[in-house]
Design a protein around this ligand. Sequence first.
Ligand SMILES: Cc1cc2nc3c(=O)[nH]c(=O)nc-3n(C[C@H](O)[C@H](O)[C@H](O)COP(=O)(O)O)c2cc1C
Length: 243
Amino acid sequence: MIKVKILGICGSLRHGNSEFLLKKSLEAAKSVAPEYVETEFYTLAGKTIYTCDFCLLCLEYKDCMVKDDFHELKEKWLEADGIIYSIPVYHLGMPANLKAFIDRLGQTVYGSSGDVPPKFMKVIGVIAQGTDLGGGAELTMIQAITHALVMGSIPIAGDGPESYIGAYGWTKRSWFTDSFERLLEQKDFDAETTLRAAESLGRRVAYLSLIVKNGAHLLKDLLKKDPKYNWYLSKIENDVKKK
Ligand SMILES: Cc1cc2nc3c(=O)[nH]c(=O)nc-3n(C[C@H](O)[C@H](O)[C@H](O)COP(=O)(O)O)c2cc1C
């Protein structure tokens, strides 16, 4: 079996609830098959990612020319087989830093592929939480899910009934960095539901990443007929060589 790498991207600018839930989700992903599932945690806390200024230099240079932490995360994104975004809700959507990363990632790959981006085939799961019930967690998840689709990737949920489209939750109006941990200590039903959703999401991302990567390897002769899969097939080949 070919190994997979699951990258957890924490969209919070602090070490708080998004980070806590993401680490639990990654632990669950690893537990699926510890020898075949590698996990990595990455946080935007302390990182600088400028917004896309539409300079279009990516068309010429096939990469984004703005020098900041975008490049480190872009390499990790491209290398991963599965991605779990953990996003704090800001004004009913994702924080600007994460949006800036996604804007520049999309622009760079579309720009450098002549508007015909490859099928990246990442399995993508989303966790989102905010202080308020109905405060925009589902809207934020949908924004990340549509990003998965446009990046030729595969959005996935955890298990029902907790995880309809990913894992979402609220901190019951508390702003602490450890609001979820406090609620879990009190055996709060909503927080326990969010945690279970984050864990089942992690497991599903791991399983589907293994299925997609190993399945594509088995079907490589078929997929070679469609140039949209070239990028993905050479990634798998490189990963197999690295083993
Ligand atoms: C600028 C800003 C905007 C926010 N907007 C929302 C919002 O629209 N809806 C909501 O439920 N929570 C909102 N929040 C609260 C955070 O989503 C919430 O505190 C979350 O638990 C923070 O996650 P973290 O601990 O991972 O940073 C906002 C927080 C900030 C700083």
